[in-house]
Ligand binder design. Structure first.
Ligand SMILES: Nc1ncnc2c1ncn2[C@@H]1O[C@H](COP(=O)(O)OP(=O)(O)O)[C@@H](O)[C@H]1O
Ligand SMILES: [Mg+2]
Length: 249
């Protein structure tokens, strides 16, 4: 079953074409990475796919029920506690209070937020804790489809890895699907079934590489070696690497 299908999607901002003729699909049980140089239109494409922006051209077909979006910035309500922010992910669910609290607590535990922090406000949290709150808000409603737009940039290496494992375990054997935007080829290789490369000016998907093995079962050596090979052999991946703004910073 196909959960998401983009057919010849195009978009224009201020008279300038940012995306042209982009086609891509995501099947149930599949996480697809979207990579491409900075400014090529990845975030715009994800927001079009999620229905947050109406595309100028093409069609989007969604076969999923509920979806959630984790943005690069946490986008938390500053006047609401961690718990209350996570609870927003349940706003479409009619739940008894006890069930609601159980699910909020489970989501906070999943993202390694300690109970002592659940009553804090965003201004009292580190950047990484804010981003984990945003991840808990996305997961708490048990969405069928997940959108991630470079969500783990603010996390340190160990935590980043834990959150990547959480994404893998959420999708594996669940029938869920997702689109995962990242600048980090290692992250794409760790989490995703396929990697789609968007052209540097958003003119179509240039290539879609199926990654051998299943996410979660690939060894670090395999990930490292595959990343090295993709970057050195494949001009497109070299472009992604070279345009990583965080590397340049
Ligand atoms: N709301 C907007 N109005 C005008 N231009 C925009 C807007 N959002 C993005 N853009 C432009 O569209 C292009 C693609 O942006 P974006 O989708 O954020 O790329 P990426 O996520 O790949 O870095 C960029 O040139 C960006 O400046
Ligand atoms: Mg972006």
């Amino acid at each position: 079953m196909t959960l998401l299908r983009l057919n010849a999607v195009g978009h224009v901002f201020l008279g300038r074409a940012v995306l042209e003729n982009v086609s891509l699909h995501v099947d149930a049980g599949e996480m697809v990475a979207l990579v491409g140089p900075s400014g090529c239109g990845k975030s715009t494409l994800a927001q079009i796919a999620a229905g947050l922006i109406a595309p100028r051209h093409g069609q989007v077909t969604r076969g999923y029920g509920r979806s959630a979006f984790v943005f690069q910035e946490p986008r938390l309500l500053p006047w609401a506690t961690v718990e209350a922010n996570v609870a927003l992910g349940l706003s479409a669910h009619a739940l008894a209070r006890s069930e609601r609290n159980t699910r909020i607590a489970a989501a906070c535990h999943q993202v390694s937020l300690e109970e002592g922090d659940w009553h804090k406000f965003p201004s009292q949290l580190s950047g990484g804790m804010r981003q984990r709150t945003a991840l808990a808000r996305a997961l708490v409603g048990d969405p069928d489809f997940l959108y991630f737009d470079e969500p783990f940039t603010a996390l340190d290496a160990a935590l980043r890895r834990r959150m990547q494992d959480l994404v893998v375990s959420t999708v594996s054997n669940s029938g869920k699907g997702g689109l995962f935007i990242t600048h980090d080829i290692h992250e794409a290789l760790r989490i995703c079934h396929r990697i789609a490369v968007l052209d540097r000016s958003g003119h179509g998907i240039l290539d879609c590489v199926a990654v051998a093995g299943m996410p979660g079962s690939r060894s670090d050596e395999m990930i490292f070696e595959t990343a090295r090979r993709l970057v050195s052999d494949h001009p497109l991946f070299a472009v992604v690497d070279e345009h990583d703004e965080r590397r340049l910073a």
